[in-house]
Design a protein around this ligand. Sequence first.
Ligand SMILES: CC(C)(COP(=O)(O)OP(=O)(O)OC[C@H]1O[C@@H](n2cnc3c(N)ncnc32)[C@H](O)[C@@H]1OP(=O)(O)O)[C@@H](O)C(=O)NCCC(=O)NCCS
Length: 179
Amino acid sequence: MAGATKEGFALNTPRLVMLPPEEVRDEQVLELYNDESTMLPWLPFLCPMKPEAMKKRRNFHRLEYQEGRSMFLDLVDRETGELVGTSGFRTIEYKSGEAEWGVVIRKPHQRRGLCLEAYQASLEYLKKELRSQGILKLIASTLPSNEPMITFLLKMGLAKRGTHTFGGNEWQDYELQVQ
Ligand SMILES: CC(C)(COP(=O)(O)OP(=O)(O)OC[C@H]1O[C@@H](n2cnc3c(N)ncnc32)[C@H](O)[C@@H]1OP(=O)(O)O)[C@@H](O)C(=O)NCCC(=O)NCCS
């Protein structure tokens, strides 16, 4: 459910607060991106990441968030305050009516159902707030070797729709027509 916090906008799940990419969490997100066990096999173009590159990336995410062109959020464990991942819409394309969903859950927190919580909150937001603005498809991309992500996307009912090349790798594209 979307709601207000002292920081402003947030999506709430049973165990997570999903917050905008505020500067206060930049260092924690940098640490997450440099955690090779979480990132390297599946998102090699983001790991390792230097502080200057992260600052640029986060500033860009903040700008896009303010302009409604993306909503990539920080996942904070509401009990411990720990940053456990990032998730949300990497892009919101009003012209094509598609929003690209993505997720990273830090290794020690995987297989606890947190990705599922982040996905459900994102999809609910899409249906409540973005569908009326013409966003009718949730899309996602992953490396073909990323069995965890592929298993998850198929379980959520997304269908494979093709491939594209990025960073020298072929990525598999998935989509869900939002009812
Ligand atoms: C893919 C990823 C986001 C899953 O996050 P998670 O919080 O562990 O997932 P959940 O616990 O919510 O799992 C939901 C379902 O996804 C599937 N799944 C998750 N991890 C899986 C794995 N390692 N192997 C097979 N299926 C898996 C299962 O169906 C699982 O349901 P189950 O636990 O009842 O069997 C996580 O492994 C991750 O962050 N990986 C590194 C970054 C990444 O690859 N991001 C995507 C880039 S495109």
